[in-house]
Design a binder for this molecule. Structure first.
Ligand code: CTP
Ligand code: ZN
Length: 154
């Protein structure tokens, strides 16, 4: 580039998901269910040079502030992401996502024989064995869930 220009423009109102590990933007899009028809502008930037990460991805969702359940889901696939709430061009809230040690109620166990998939009133519960690559271990049957098992559910 001969001229210094803004690669992606600022948004007026909405959510900027920043510092997504390079290559993971589409996982974030998928987990938020933004694959089909959506309202409003969604901008995806891949492999943007970053100060803290080698390269990062970014997703900007205009006109919508993410709910806390959505932020929790993002933590599964982009554990270093920053969620910025933008109001009238200013970042009014900045939140680092955080993956808790125990995940409850966000994903189901991929083992069909698991008691958490029966009629029993048990809440799916997983221990985070590893963040990147993601490995969640089922409290009930020990099944190890990986990223693909999780993406299939969204
Ligand atoms: N952003 C945007 N539209 C705005 C304001 C900010 O798209 N109206 C984007 C910025 O481009 C940036 C992110 O939101 O990718 C966070 O903005 P800001 O906090 O101003 O940037 P930094 O200080 O670099 O953030 P951090 O310290 O989290 O790296
Ligand atoms: Zn299980």
């Amino acid at each position: 580039m001969t001229k210094k220009t803004l690669r992606v423009s600022k948004i007026k109102d909405g959510t900027v998901i920043d510092h997504i590990t390079g290559g993971h933007a589409f996982d974030v899009i998928k987990i938020l269910g933004i694959t089909g028809r959506v309202n409003g502008v969604v901008t995806v930037a891949i492999n943007v040079p970053s100060k803290t990460l080698d390269v990062k991805d970014m997703v900007k969702i205009e006109g919508r502030e993410l709910k806390s359940e959505e932020v929790d889901k993002i933590a599964l696939l982009a554990p270093h992401a920053t969620i910025n709430i933008v109001r009238n061009y200013k970042v009014t809230e900045k939140q680092r996502v955080k993956l808790p040690n125990i995940i409850r109620g966000i994903v189901k166990c991929a083992n069909p024989a698991c008691i958490s998939n029966s009629k029993e009133p048990v809440q799916p519960t997983f221990y985070v064995d590893s963040e990147e690559p993601l490995r969640l271990r089922c409290h009930y049957c020990g099944y190890i869930m990986e990223k693909q098992d999780i993406l299939k559910q969204f």
